[in-house]
Design a protein around this ligand. Structure first.
Ligand code: ACO
Length: 322
């Protein structure tokens, strides 16, 4: 039986910071409201970089930390809802930027759960012996889809990218992954593609922004995150005290806090960086895993859980020994 493991991780966020205080200049909000409702203090946004630029820097950092020859990578998956082009995908252009041949590269869209969906696909493609080493990336420029005049959503999001190199292993390190979806027929969370236009009028289509039913998404997330963690524990016959650390999608500090209380654990076991970056969608989980590893909150051989939810609706979780 062939197994998989993490070889390296990397992440990148753009330099430009927008603090909560700065947001009060263009929407009716306050630092106190944003911090108390979400835990976010500031977020990063691009000025002139593309999603590909963010992905490339995170990918190079992950490859560097993996210590493997990058030419061994034969699979690239990029999870994003903010690709620079309808086509080619970020993954295809990334392959070219990294100078890699003989690679299958494609993008997936599962919103904030996208990185763990990519992990599921790559893990199974390596375990099936079709591929050996995969570069998986979550990269987003959510500021592209943000309506900067809508205080209900604009305070929540930020830009960034995270990456991971996984590959074949003799020991079983990426132990279990859950990925699931439920069609969002109530449209709790969406952003439309440009409308189809009458060709005779030649109107220019405009890009839609993010729409969200915040309280319903909050309820869904608070229920699904602990449920996914409990399911992973149960089917691997583990109890929560055997887990060293939990890296959850950074969407709202209160959702993470509620999950911790539901699981009967302290917040010291939960990774938090939402204060610095806000919700970076598919980039959130890989940035958080990379920072948890680099800050030694997750050490070699530690058992950790990661969990996410997002538009779709989608949700996912993974049990990994680092
Ligand atoms: N500043 C000040 N007031 C605000 C702001 C703001 N930035 N945003 C909303 N409000 C106001 C609203 O207008 C409303 O006022 P009203 O009662 O007079 O109408 C009130 O605050 C809303 O309060 P609550 O509903 O109590 O706010 P809540 O505690 O639910 O927090 C929040 C709102 C932060 C959006 C929360 O619901 C949430 O985090 N939901 C989940 C969001 C999420 O995780 N999204 C995932 C996106 S993932 C993806 O795939 C992109």
């Amino acid at each position: 039986m062939r197994y998989t493991k993490i070889y390296g991780t990397g992440s990148y966020v753009p330099d430009k910071i927008i603090t909560n205080e700065e947001m009060t200049k263009f929407v009716d909000t306050s630092d106190e409201w944003i911090v108390s409702r979400t835990g976010i203090k500031e977020r990063r946004i691009v000025t002139d970089q593309s999603t590909l630029d963010l992905a490339e820097i995170a990918a190079n950092r992950a490859i560097e930390s993996s210590s493997i020859d990058k030419n061994k990578i034969d699979l690239i998956i990029v999870a994003t809802v903010t690709s620079d082009y309808a086509f080619p995908g970020v993954s295809n252009l990334l392959q070219s930027r990294l100078g890699l041949d003989n690679v299958m590269a494609f993008d997936i869209n599962a919103a904030c759960s996208g990185f763990l969906f990519a992990l599921q696909i790559a893990d199974k493609m390596i375990k099936s012996e079709s591929y050996n080493y995969a570069l998986i990336v979550g990269a987003e420029i959510l500021s592209r889809l943000t309506d900067w005049r809508d205080r209900n959503t604009c305070v929540l999001f930020g830009d960034g990218a995270g990456a991971m190199v996984i590959g074949k292993s003799k020991t079983n390190k990426i132990k279990d992954i859950i990925t699931a979806s439920k069609g969002d027929t109530d449209f709790l969370l969406f952003s439309k593609n440009p409308d189809i236009k009458d060709p005779y009028v030649n109107e220019i289509s405009s890009q839609d922004h993010i729409h969200m039913n915040g309280s319903e998404v909050f309820k869904f997330a608070s229920r699904i995150m602990p449920k996914t963690i409990k399911k992973l524990l149960e089917r691997n016959k583990l109890n929560i005290n055997e887990i060293n650390y939990i890296v959850a999608h950074q969407a709202n500090l209160r959702i993470i806090d509620k999950s911790a209380r539901d699981l009967g654990i302290g917040m010291d076991k939960m990774f938090i960086n939402i204060d610095k970056y806000g919700n970076t969608s598919a980039a959130s989980v890989p940035i958080a895993i990379d920072e948890a590893i680099r800050s030694e909150k997750i050490k070699r051989d530690d058992l950790f859980l990661t969990v996410a939810f997002g538009g779709g609706l989608t949700w996912a979780g993974a049990l990994i020994e680092y």
